[in-house]
Structure formats: structure tokens, C-alpha cells
Design a protein around this ligand. Structure first.
Ligand code: SAM
Length: 287
């Protein structure tokens, strides 16, 4: 497959574009494992972000009812057309995924497909965070499950537990909406061209309800970002730094105490339930 893809790209005079994060995944075993990790059935609709030359798209089309693949680089059209020609359940949408409406993309699925909506992608590294945020916050249009290949370091952040170096606001956002699992580590040699770092596939199972109940999600995430914003400050000082315009330091200290959280702790030691308690206590004092 490595030789075939390289030959195809050469034949169509295509060079992998670094600025678009084009590292094509060529290891057949890993492609199959990624598709299998999505637990597809023939009634599912899969949204693929960045099909590239179609290596993963083909694996998805064999296992799902429909594949909607969004690719930004039109130069790949001849290779993609050649590789996908035997499938009639794939639609390629040309454009930047970040500018697409998820609702409209899901609507492209044929009527009658009553399985689950899933996302599978070997993501270009430069848009990992915005893509994740878009999927996580797409109220009403979230997938049921997503399998996403990201840099190993990012994967470790998504599954990180409180008190670890990798734990940050993206961990909390991800764990609030999903149950994330690291399912597979992938070495640079599986790609062409080879990236400098290892990658990992993350499976996100979207929750029916967020992990904790909060009244105002926007404020909850503001508190989370404030807590992580200044890793060397204590929680009290971090929160005061970001929320100080709206609240006196003594009020923040009161909210921490009411939430049962020592104000000398660092933000990165709080678990998601503690963030919810803290947000509720702060909200109460803002009334
Ligand atoms: N899926 C292929 C594979 O596994 O070999 C290609 C993966 S490659 C890491 C990322 C792909 O995403 C490239 O084809 C790139 O052109 C495409 N891409 C980059 N930015 C994009 C964007 N904003 N929207 C849609 N596709 C994008």
C-alpha cells in the first residue's frame, strides 16, 4: 500500500502538503484497526474529516451505511476518485471542515439509515483542537462516537486525570461531554511522509448527559480555563486573576470554602465534580 499510494501521488504530480497536515496513513493493519475501533454497522453514518487519498475512507465504506468525507485539498480529487470508484456509499464534500455546518453534513446521509452518527478521522495536527471543540460543543448534532487519530501527546491530554501534567482544560471539556479512551498507539513509520512524533487513536463515547450538572456551561468553562490559566498560581490567585473584574478576592475565597476546596490547591488538581461545585458556589455569590 505504501508503494501504491506513493506511486499514485507521483503519477498525479501531488506532493504531500505540510501546511495541510498531510501525513497519509499507509499501514493496512492500522487502518483496519482504526475502522474497527469505530464499531461500525451497515446502518451507521460516518463523517470523515480529511480523507486524503482515501485509504481510511475505503475501510469505513466497507463497514458503514454511508460515509461523508470532507476534504479541503482539491488537488487530491483524481487520486480520491480513483480509489473510491467502486463504492456508491461515499460522498466527498470539498471544503474546510471548520467552516461546514455539522447539521448540514449529517443531513447528507440517505434517508432510512437509522443507525448511529460517528466521526472517524486521521486529523491534520494543526486543527486538532478546533475540530475537537467543534464536535464537543455541537449541541444537537454531536456524533454518538468518534475515533480520532491525534498526536500521542494530545491523546494523553484528553484522557488525563487530575493532578497529572497532561491534565488541562481540554481534558475537562472532553471528559465533560464524552468518555475518552486511548485505543491504539501509532508509530511514525505508519505514515507517508513520516511525522516527527508518535500518534494515538482516541475513542470518544459521547455521553447522553454531561458528566456533571451545571447551570451555565459557559461560566463553568470560564472557571475551568481560569483555574488552568496560571499553573504556578494557587487556585485563589488564578481565579482572582481572571474573574477579579466581577468578584472580590474574599468572595472567591468564600466560594472555594463553600465548595469544600482548599484555596491553596492548584487548579490542575480539581476533578470535574469539584469544578462543578465551585462553579455553583461562585454563581451563588454573583447573584
Ligand atoms: N485520511 C487520510 C489518511 O489517513 O491517510 C489523510 C490524513 S491527513 C493526516 C489529513 C487530511 O486532512 C489531508 O488530506 C488534508 O488535506 C486534510 N485537511 C487538512 N485541513 C483540512 C480541513 N480544514 N478540512 C478538511 N480537510 C482538511
Amino acid at each position: 500500500m505504501v508503494a501504491r499510494t506513493r506511486k499514485q501521488l507521483r503519477r498525479h504530480n501531488i506532493r504531500a502538503k505540510k501546511r495541510l497536515g498531510q501525513n497519509f496513513l499507509l499501514d493496512k493493519g492500522i487502518l483496519a484497526q482504526l475502522a474497527a475501533a469505530a464499531e461500525l454497522s451497515l446502518t451507521d453514518t460516518v463523517l470523515e474529516i480529511g480523507p486524503g487519498s482515501g485509504n481510511l475512507t475505503v475501510e469505513l465504506a466497507r463497514r458503514a451505511g454511508a460515509v461523508i468525507a470532507v476534504e479541503t485539498d482539491r488537488d487530491l480529487e483524481p487520486v480520491l476518485a480513483a480509489n473510491l470508484s467502486e463504492f456508491d456509499n461515499i460522498q466527498v464534500i470539498w471544503g474546510d471542515f471548520l467552516e461546514q455546518s455539522l447539521e448540514s453534513l449529517w443531513q447528507l446521509a440517505p434517508t432510512g439509515l437509522d443507525g448511529e452518527r460517528k466521526v472517524v478521522a486521521n486529523l491534520p495536527y494543526y486543527i486538532t483542537s478546533p475540530v475537537l471543540i467543534k464536535l464537543l460543543t455541537a449541541a444537537g448534532h454531536r456524533p454518538r462516537l468518534a475515533v480520532i487519530l491525534v498526536q500521542l501527546e494530545v491523546a494523553e491530554r484528553l484522557v488525563a486525570e487530575p493532578g497529572t501534567k497532561a491534565y488541562g482544560s481540554l481534558s475537562v471539556l472532553t471528559q465533560y461531554f464524552t468518555c475518552p479512551e486511548l485505543v491504539l498507539k501509532v508509530p511514525p513509520a505508519a505514515f507517508f511522509p513520516r511525522p516527527k512524533v508518535w500518534s494515538a487513536a482516541i475513542r470518544l463515547r459521547f455521553r447522553d448527559q454531561p458528566a456533571v450538572r451545571v447551570q451555565d456551561e459557559e461560566f463553568f468553562f470560564k472557571v475551568v480555563r481560569a483555574a488552568f490559566g496560571h499553573r504556578r498560581k494557587t487556585l485563589l490567585n488564578s481565579l482572582h486573576y481572571d474573574l477579579g473584574e466581577r468578584m472580590a478576592k474574599e468572595d472567591i475565597a468564600t466560594a472555594l470554602s463553600r465548595a469544600g476546596i482548599d484555596d491553596k490547591r492548584r487548579g490542575e488538581t480539581l476533578n470535574i465534580e469539584e469544578f462543578a461545585l465551585l462553579t455553583a458556589a461562585l454563581t451563588e455569590l454573583l447573584r
